[in-house]
Design a protein around this ligand. Structure first.
Ligand SMILES: [Zn+2]
Length: 93
């Protein structure tokens, strides 16, 4: 189930553009939504309020979260997916 509030939140997050590109100074890269695994609370629990916007490369590509994994990603970039989530929360207020 996705509530209306979650849908609204997710579209606002997507409109921010990729959070990794943003940290490199490129705002507004078209993004898809990543659901952080660290926060996934078990079967069927919604984490739609914790989504992170990532472009296809930084989501599923060789330099992305899924490509590098949760350990490789911070090594490569110097920040974690939770740091990116904090960015998103800060931007949305
Ligand atoms: Zn990106």
């Amino acid at each position: 189930m996705t509530t209306l509030a979650e849908k609204k939140h997710m579209s606002r997050v997507a409109e921010l553009g990729c959070a990794v590109c943003r940290r490199m100074g490129y705002e507004g890269t078209p993004a898809e939504l990543h659901h952080p695994r660290a926060l996934a609370g078990g079967w069927g629990r919604s984490s739609h309020m914790d989504v992170i916007p990532l472009c296809p490369e930084h989501h599923r590509g060789a330099t992305g979260l899924h490509g590098l994994g949760t350990k490789g990603f911070p090594k490569r970039w110097g920040f974690t997916e939770l740091d990116l989530l904090e960015d998103v929360r800060g931007l949305l207020g």
